[in-house]
Design a protein around this ligand. Sequence first.
Ligand code: OFO
Length: 180
Amino acid sequence: MKTKRISDKVEKALNDQMTREAYQAQVYLSYASWAECNSYAGIATFLYKHAHEEREHMFKFIKYINDRGGKTKIEAIKAPPADPKDMEECLKNVLKHEIDNSAAIDAIVNLAHEEKDWATFNFGQWFVKEQIEEESLANDLLDKFSLASKVVGNNANLYEMDKDLSSAPQGATIPQEEKF
Ligand code: OFO
């Protein structure tokens, strides 16, 4: 049994964020499945991989809470939002989820700073950096999409973009890939 080295307030904030990471994974999973059903195979692969990344983030929180002598509480994950009406809405929502997530991470870092909990402050920095990358990735996707959809009546660009994303670098793999 470890000595508890985080306050109850920090423990609660970390637990809430752990559940939020699981929720983020559900959002990506549902969008990935929606994209797959709508024949965007490349974008679906990209989103499936990202769902995995969010679960990896969730595990980082579990490990940190427990390492600091806190207690991880596994709770219900709220349902992801309804399917987007089209790819543009899907990508805009992805960006919004990432921006909201950045705000939640910032709140943890602020709290850690207020409490002079430098271990949590340091732990939070990894996520601050990660969110810069993730927001930038979501912005790039939106830019690619608006460029790709500019030529009216020509789906070739969209097709290329979809192909492109299936091989875009991501930290996580998806189970289908691990099998082969
Ligand atoms: Fe989208 O990143 Fe987790 O935190």
